[in-house]
Design a protein around this ligand. Structure first.
Ligand code: GLU
Length: 477
């Protein structure tokens, strides 16, 4: 079995395409199949080297494992379409020779006029160059006339195939919309044409891709038939939609893998989430190691209808991965985010950083969340934001600040953890939220964060004392 992922390097790796890559990866791992990466870079205006590099980096980052690629090479290369033009040329010549395709010398205006004419006279549109003899074509070529190469769509044919996800599909050739261009006038072959040549020559057995390509498949099959090439098995995955049931777009949330990486999603979580889209395990298991995902995954699990991309759920899933990751490794992953967030970690030893992270990672759904919690431990005073300030200005908070400030003077490094919070509780009549919110705001400068009893030892006596004094001066009327 051989599968492929064939990105067009025209931008960042989109989450929908990343899902296609993940599914091909899971299939390849499960079936011990080859996974080929082919770069489809024939769109001259939009393809860039930077995009190819960033897509390859993102695939690597996600842990996708392939067996052949432009970088790696392989038995069926080259793996970049712009390096395969000689091959396509050979097939174009073959098609022209066997009557499967013809050179078309019409201008756009000619075609428009003929189309209008066909509508007016209620007859099917036929390209006027369709029936030029080989000699006539060659004569026009020798006169230096510009031409495109068009594929001759056979009349009255039904193209049927069994899609592994969509089931039996049938297309009538008249719905293809007439003969279509396979080589542009600048000599560039078009996607629908070369994709099937490449799939065949690269011995792809299963084409697993997004449903947006379903309507291209009959064209690709017709080309294969005209060239006497074998047809691969197809599996078209339903598209991803947002919670409003519309096609997934930037309006819904982050759509490029690159930005997920930047925000601090873990590749394991992203692969887990994308791999599970559109189906569910019988047991309801959701957080799975890749081995388990591969064990339970089957292409036939994927449903026929569009899958809703749930941004909240992916974020939650990422949080679960962060919570359960090896502490040392997750610390290494958090550190760049802290440095970017302006934290100077040079004076803090590794053990202390790990202890803090062990405590606050449960509050982080993405790695970048860490910057909201580190000031609690690293700054002398973690400046309260507006909301925290207004809470600290409440009368009930004032009572607590006053008691804390009287108490802290009588306590020391060795007993403040044991005695400070219980002591405050004993002396105030406030309970519940009116007690715990001010305590949290007073000691941490924030309204949310890790459990206070566990945070206090890591904040330490000196900072706690300073913060109480600061709040007393600033907020006590
Ligand atoms: N290059 C195409 C794309 O990025 C994919 C082609 C295919 O999978 O057949 O949409």
């Amino acid at each position: 079995m051989r599968v492929r992922f064939a990105p067009s390097p025209t931008g960042f790796l989109h989450i929908g395409n990343a899902r296609t890559a993940v599914i091909n990866h899971l299939v390849a791992q499960k079936e011990n199949a080859d996974l080929i990466i082919r770069i489809e870079d024939t769109d001259k205006e939009r393809s860039t080297k930077e995009s190819e590099i960033s897509i390859m980096e993102d695939l690597k980052w996600m842990g996708i494992k392939w067996t052949e690629s432009p970088e790696m090479g392989g038995d069926y290369g080259p793996y970049r379409q712009t390096e395969r033009f000689d091959i396509y040329k050979e097939y174009t010549d073959k098609l022209i020779a066997n009557g499967g395709a013809f050179r078309c010398f019409c201008t756009r205006e000619d075609v428009e006029a003929d189309k209008e004419d066909a509508v007016k006279n209620n007859k099917p549109f036929m390209d006027r160059c369709r029936n030029l003899s080989t000699e006539e074509q060659e004569k026009l070529v020798s006169q230096g006339k510009e031409f495109t190469v068009k594929f001759k769509v056979p009349e009255g044919e039904t193209i049927s195939f069994n899609d592994l996800i969509k089931g039996d599909i049938s297309f009538k050739s008249e719905h293809i919309g007439g003969d279509f261009i396979i080589v542009r006038s600048d000599g560039f072959p078009v996607y629908n044409y070369i994709v099937i040549i490449d799939d065949t020559l690269m011995k792809i057995t299963h084409v697993i891709r997004g449903e947006d390509h379903l309507s291209n498949t009959p064209k690709q099959i017709l080309i294969a038939r005209a060239l006497g090439l074998p047809e691969p098995q197809y599996a078209h995955m339903p598209l991803l939609i947002g919670d409003d049931k519309k096609k997934l777009s930037k309006r819904h949330g982050i759509t490029s893998v690159d930005l997920y990486k930047k925000e601090g999603y873990l590749p394991e979580a992203l692969v887990n989430y994308l791999g599970l889209l559109g189906w569910a395990t019988e047991s309801g298991e959701e957080i799975m190691t890749q081995e388990r995902l591969i064990e339970l995954f089957s292409i036939s699990n994927i449903g026929k209808s569009a899958a809703v991309f749930d941004f909240r759920k992916l974020r939650w899933m990422n949080g679960q991965y962060i919570k359960n990751y090896d502490l040392k490794e997750i610390t290494d992953m958090f550190i760049p985010y802290l440095e970017d967030g302006g934290f100077d970690l040079s004076g803090t030893d590794r053990e202390r950083i790990e202890s803090i992270i062990s405590l606050v990672r449960g509050n982080c759904e993405v790695l970048s969340d860490i910057v909201n919690y580190m000031g609690i431990f690293l700054y002398e005073i973690n400046e309260p934001d507006e909301k925290t300030e207004s809470l600290l200005k409440e009368d009930y908070s004032g009572d607590i600040i006053k008691i804390a400030s009287e108490l802290i003077g009588c306590l020391s490094e060795s007993d403040f953890i044991e005695k400070l919070i219980p002591g405050i509780k004993e002396k105030t009549e406030h309970k519940g939220k009116k007690l715990f919110h001010p305590l949290r705001a007073l000691f941490t400068g924030a309204l949310s964060g890790p459990e206070l009893d566990l945070a206090l030892p890591l904040i330490g006596y000196d900072k706690t004392k300073k913060r109480i004094e600061y709040c007393r001066e600033k907020y006590l009327k």
